[in-house]
Design a protein around this ligand. Structure first.
Ligand code: NAG
Ligand code: NAG
Ligand code: NAG
Ligand code: NAG
Ligand code: NAG
Ligand code: NAG
Length: 396
């Protein structure tokens, strides 16, 4: 009896680890406060030199057209402290392709930038304003005083991927902004971080003036804080633009002491999109790639100047950029109409790529020989719903 129980233990341990993505999904107030008292929090640090920066910070605001964002006085003030990216485009509407506000979990075999960073020993964290505790994976948490929307799972990119949420230590690195201030004071900020303001602060439930004021209020003191500015590059951007019938162009602002002094106050009008956020980090630290649209994306120009990457112009012969709206998605894993729900396979060979980075070995191992459809190329010109990838069939 006893030995039988003992021999089961390792199996149970494996089983429990596999369920980490479901450990902290309960949203009842009592469950949340109980977990808040016990959930693990991790503040990993590291010091891996990059070619253009040693720390990367992304702040995502919500649903605002380029002109509205650039016209906001506080965002405009921030833009003048750094580089304005005027050719920055979102990928689709709504912000999660085939987004349906459901509780989505992306299969464990889909890797993320977190895998690429950890592979090179680069520390990372997310800081989500008003997330009730590190690793909370529930759908939402409202303001306990007034019941307003506050933290939402759909604005927490890492938790949606089971490859990230399925490991307790990774959950422990998905933290709230209280932890940001604590990590800052303790000089324990990681090298890569993603920051999401709450549903009011990010303009989702408010307006661009509120979000602009929040962002300046948050960043202005940090711009002069030696514990934050350690060859740091900050990107302030938006998930998507608001008006669906016009092109999905959004504002991007690069800030921080990693921005070369002579570029402060300038504009970079190259074509970038959200995959550029990944490609730039890959180029900076010589990371592997995901084998998806990160492979072809442009690296931000001033970084590319130091990494040897070539920043390309959108090729209007492929399809005119002005005719690309990026305003809806072709069906994918979250499609509710039944078809095309397979996860596409990454491109493991990367034919035609303009750099020497290769696909992460663990991704190659997982996906080699997969019969899943492959839509990825090393081209800058990514598809959208009106221009689906070659090989895509509407129903399968
Ligand atoms: C933030 O997360 C920490 C760590 O889980 C938790 O102790 C703290 O109560 C949270 N802060 C707020 C304001 O919810
Ligand atoms: C969002 O955060 C701000 C502070 O950044 C706070 O004043 C506000 O109450 C929060 N909103 C909600 C709905 O909790
Ligand atoms: C934290 O650091 C440890 C030790 O360097 C490393 O093994 C682990 O992958 C890191 N975890 C995260 C979530 O960064
Ligand atoms: C995308 O924009 C084009 C051009 O304005 C428009 O014809 C189309 O209806 C839009 N699609 C959606 C889903 O809004
Ligand atoms: C890729 O590697 C080759 C061979 O080492 C080298 O000649 C070339 O410059 C590299 N290309 C880039 C973009 O780094
Ligand atoms: C990835 O996971 C999905 C969902 O579980 C599965 O359908 C697919 O076959 C897996 N692909 C590979 C290559 O393992």
């Amino acid at each position: 009896m006893r030995s039988a129980v003992l021999s089961l233990l390792p199996l149970l341990a494996v089983g429990a680890a596999a369920q980490a993505e479901n450990l902290y999904t309960a949203t009842a107030t009592s469950d949340v406060y109980a977990a808040q008292a016990t959930a693990k929090t991790l503040s990993n640090t590291s010091n891996v030199k990059g070619k253009a920066f040693d720390r990367f910070v992304v702040i995502w605001l919500e649903n605002t057209d380029y002109d509205m964002a650039y016209g906001d006085e506080n965002l405009n003030w921030l833009a003048k402290q750094g580089i304005t990216l005027s050719g920055y485009h979102a990928v689709t509407h709504p912000s999660e392709p085939n987004y349906n506000d459901d509780f989505n979990q992306i299969a464990k075999n889909v890797s993320t930038i977190i895998d690429l960073l950890e592979d090179k020993g680069i520390s990372w964290a997310e800081y989500q304003e008003d997330m009730p505790f590190s690793g909370f994976s529930g759908k939402a948490w409202v303001n306990q005083q007034n019941g307003k929307n506050d933290y939402v799972r759909k604005h927490n990119p890492a938790v949606i991927y089971n490859s990230a949420a399925g490991q307790v230590d990774r959950l422990a690195s998905m933290k709230n902004l209280t932890m940001f201030q604590q990590d800052l004071q303790n000089d324990a900020l990681p090298q890569w971080m993603f920051i999401t303001p709450n549903m009011t602060s990010d303009a989702h439930d408010s307006d661009i003036q509120t979000a602009g004021a929040w962002t300046r209020n948050f960043l202005e003191p940090l711009l002069n804080d030696k514990k934050f500015m350690k060859n740091t590059l900050v990107l302030v951007t938006f998930d998507e633009n608001e008006t669906y019938s016009i092109q999905n162009r959004i504002l991007g602002i690069l800030l921080g002491d990693a921005v070369p002094a002579e570029l402060v106050g300038t504009t970079d009008d190259h074509f970038y999109n959200h995959y550029s956020e990944i490609a730039t980090v890959e180029a900076n630290w010589d990371l592997h790639t995901l084998g998806r649209f990160d492979v072809g994306a442009n690296v931000f120009q001033f970084v590319a100047d130091k990494t040897g990457d070539r920043v390309r112009a959108w090729n209007d012969d492929v399809t005119e950029l002005s005719q690309r709206y990026f305003n809806f998605s072709y069906a994918g894993a979250f499609n509710t109409d039944g078809g095309n729900r397979r996860y596409p396979a990454p491109d493991l060979c990367g034919a035609g790529k303009t750099h020497n980075r290769t696909v992460l070995p663990s991704i190659q191992e997982m996906w080699s020989g997969s019969s899943a459809p492959g839509y990825y190329t090393a081209e800058l010109e990514i598809p959208d719903g009106l221009n689906p990838p070659s090989g895509y069939a509407p129903v399968q």
